[in-house]
Design a protein around this ligand. Structure first.
Ligand code: ZN
Ligand code: ZN
Length: 181
C-alpha cells in the first residue's frame, strides 16, 4: 500500500545501497490527484511498478519503471476505455532551485533528464504525476479501428449503425481527413 506520506522521501532515509520504493497507485491516489487537478480524470486507473533511488553526492538518481492502465476517453468516440500504459525513466535530481546561468550548461552535461529538489525531501508524488502525464498518448484510441462518431447524427459507430448515407461515413477520404486533424 502506498500512502501519501511514503511518497515524500527524506534524503536521510536513503541508504548508500539505494532505496527501492514499490509503487502501487490505485483509485484513491488518482482520486486525490483529480481533486487537486479537476481537469484530469483517469477514473479506474491502476499503475504499479518500482522506483529505485540512489545518492551520488548531493545528486539523486531516480530510475523507475511503471506499467498498468489509465482510463482515458477515446479521441474518436469519446468513450472511456482502459489504455495500457508503460514507461521507463531515469531522472537526475540535483539540489535546486536552478540558477540563471546553469540552464545553458546543462544541455551538454548529460543525456539524463534533470530535475531539481529543494531541502531534504524528494517529492516522489509529483514526480510520478509527471511520468504519468508523459505516459498519456496524445490521441487515445479505444481501438485502432474505432470508427468514432457519425459526423452527421453523432451516433457511436463502434456500437451502432445509423441511417445516414454510408458514403458520407465510410469514404476513405472522410477517414483520411479525420486522421490528419
Ligand atoms: Zn473509440
Ligand atoms: Zn449518422
Amino acid at each position: 500500500m502506498t500512502t501519501k506520506k511514503t511518497l515524500q522521501i527524506n534524503l536521510k532515509t536513503i541508504p548508500e545501497t539505494g532505496l527501492p520504493v514499490v509503487i502501487d497507485l490505485g483509485q484513491e491516489w488518482f482520486a486525490r490527484w483529480r481533486e487537486e487537478d479537476p481537469g484530469l480524470d483517469f477514473a479506474g486507473a491502476r499503475i504499479t511498478g518500482l522506483v529505485h533511488l540512489s545518492k551520488h553526492g548531493r545528486d539523486l538518481l531516480v530510475r523507475g519503471n511503471l506499467s498498468g492502465h489509465l482510463e482515458l476517453a477515446c479521441s474518436r468516440c469519446l468513450e472511456f476505455f482502459a489504455a495500457p500504459a508503460t514507461i521507463d525513466f531515469d531522472l537526475l535530481l540535483v539540489p535546486g532551485p536552478p540558477t540563471a546561468g546553469a540552464a545553458d550548461e546543462e544541455l551538454s552535461l548529460t543525456d539524463l533528464d534533470r530535475d531539481y529538489y529543494t531541502g531534504e525531501i524528494v517529492d516522489l508524488e509529483s514526480l510520478l504525476r509527471e511520468q504519468i502525464i508523459l505516459m498519456m498518448p496524445l490521441k487515445p484510441l479505444c481501438d485502432e479501428t474505432c470508427k468514432g462518431l457519425c459526423p452527421h447524427c453523432g451516433a457511436n459507430l463502434r456500437r451502432e449503425t445509423c441511417t445516414c448515407p454510408a458514403d458520407a461515413i465510410n469514404s476513405p477520404f472522410a477517414l483520411l481527413a479525420k486522421l490528419k486533424i
